[in-house]
Design a protein around this ligand. Structure first.
Ligand SMILES: Cc1cc2nc3c(=O)[nH]c(=O)nc-3n(C[C@H](O)[C@H](O)[C@H](O)COP(=O)(O)OP(=O)(O)OC[C@H]3O[C@@H](n4cnc5c(N)ncnc54)[C@H](O)[C@@H]3O)c2cc1C
Length: 417
């Protein structure tokens, strides 16, 4: 089976089976896991995008490696659907879920009419990811994000026009990685964050100060402790070298600005070619609410840690849209084991239950090596284990005197001459 249009899809509703919402890494992992154990059960994959299979972490490495979006696609949605023998409803948005009749409503994102089609399910997997948060000061029509290959591809095309100035707002992992990638690709990069250093929501100041130093010495302009207050289009006739001749003005101010502070008043806005928002992710509440699924505004869909079932009958969740034990789980490594558990549970196979272990987190930057285990958070009792010019190891000690996270920071090895 392959890509179907919606009128054909309504006839497949009679077959029911498993419906998966979302064709990111999570959705495809579930398909792989089910097909490894059962080649017969009908699976319908519904996704708002093309369904193409790609490895999302590559999006913060691709530009400097001169890889285009098409180079990152391992298989088109229709090829992958044929191989896995699933019915793919690409460019199709799920607009509603009725957990009583066990149906979903869908509509095409490419056709202009608003016709809704109903599809039945016996089991459903929510794998619909999380979407970027755009604060009011970052209007979506002016600002890029790198949370999806389609949007990333449009940005990459613009950047291919030559060296440009890019402001990145938010110095979490994605912002810090894309900053280095763009710098290596020859662009001027300004990275702006509310905090004094990158990764400040995750790690203690002693650790993040090293990261700030490393990226600055690389040539990234880091503006720590600043808040972007507005992004607006300016026509810059004197400096008209971006592809469409338009620049963006980024207004920003120290977070602790006070009216008497002369520094605040003298801040010149940045004039840049592009702004990328990497200001965090949030899960859309609408579908979980419709499905009667327990939901946490901050971390997403709540699942049972051992089965990955939601509290609604026959509905599971995986990937960026779900959280385990109150912690959002937005990394690739656990997906395989999570998908295997969901597959076993759906197919009625006995299983020992999913055993969640926080994945090792590794920053992909080359200027500095940052590796984190456990569940890190900036606040808390961080203790230095090793400290030298080349290495810093710190443990986060919890209330029971146990180590709940460890960060290891190393200076990169200097290549031999
Ligand atoms: C730039 C970047 C770099 C990263 N680097 C790393 C890394 O180095 N290591 C690591 O472990 N993790 C990394 N991550 C995180 C990791 O990539 C994600 O955790 C993972 O890809 C999430 O996959 P997902 O399938 O849950 O979500 P997504 O990839 O967001 O997929 C969601 C899918 O749901 C579909 N969808 C949403 N709503 C609907 C709807 N209503 N109807 C139909 N379809 C819908 C979308 O179209 C999409 O296909 C990175 C993330 C980013 C953005």
């Amino acid at each position: 089976m392959s890509v179907e249009n919606l009128s054909v899809a309504s006839s497949t509703a009679a077959k029911k089976g498993v419906v998966i919402i979302g064709a990111g890494l999570a959705g495809w992992h579930v398909i792989d896991a089910i097909r490894a154990k059962d080649t017969e059960v009908p699976i319908t994959l519904i996704t708002a995008d093309s369904g193409d299979r790609y490895h999302k972490p590559m999006l913060t490495m691709a530009i400097s490696q001169n890889k285009r979006a098409s180079d990152l696609v391992r298989a088109s949605g229709s090829e992958a659907a044929n191989t896995a023998e699933v019915t793919l409803l690409a460019n199709t948005q799920v607009t509603d879920i009725d957990p009583v009749s066990q149906t979903v409503q869908v509509r095409s994102t490419t056709q202009s009419d608003d016709t809704l089609t109903t599809i039945g399910y016996e089991k459903m997997v929510l794998a619909m990811g999380a979407h970027p948060i755009f604060p009011k000061s970052l209007p979506q029509d002016l600002v890029w994000h790198v949370n999806h290959i389609e949007r990333f591809s449009q940005l990459q095309e613009k950047l291919a026009a030559g060296s440009q100035h890019v402001a990145i707002v938010g110095a979490g992992m994605v912002g810090t990685e894309i900053a280095e990638d763009l710098l290596k690709a020859g662009h001027k990069v300004t990275l702006i964050d509310l905090n004094d250093a990158p990764l400040s929501q995750m790690l203690p100041a002693k650790a993040t100060a090293r990261i700030a130093k490393a990226i600055e010495s690389q040539g990234i302009q880091f503006l720590g402790g600043y808040q972007v207050s507005a992004v607006a289009r300016v026509s810059d006739d004197d400096n008209n070298d971006s592809e469409d001749g338009e620049k963006l003005q980024v207004d920003y101010a120290p977070l602790s600005s006070d009216a008497d502070n002369t520094d605040t008043q003298s801040l010149e806005p940045l004039i840049v070619d592009h702004v990328i928002a990497s200001t965090g992710l949030t899960v859309d509440e609408q579908l979980p609410a419709a499905a009667g699924v327990e939901f946490d505004r901050r971390t997403g869909i709540v699942v049972d840690a051992a089965t990955l079932r939601t509290n609604a009958a026959n509905i599971y969740a995986i990937g960026d849209c779900m959280s385990i034990n109150g912690v959002a789980c937005r990394y690739v490594a656990p997906l395989r084991a999570q998908a295997a558990t969901i597959a076993d549970d759906i197919l009625g196979h006995e299983h020992s239950g999913y055993d969640h272990k926080p994945p090792m987190i590794r920053l992909k930057n080359k200027a500095i090596s940052v590796m984190v285990t456990g569940v890190p958070q900036a606040a808390g009792n961080w203790q230095v284990k090793t400290e030298s010019d080349d290495e810093l190891i710190m443990d986060l000690i919890d209330d029971n005197e146990a180590v709940s996270a460890t960060v290891t920071i190393k200076a990169p090895a200097v290549p031999k001459a």
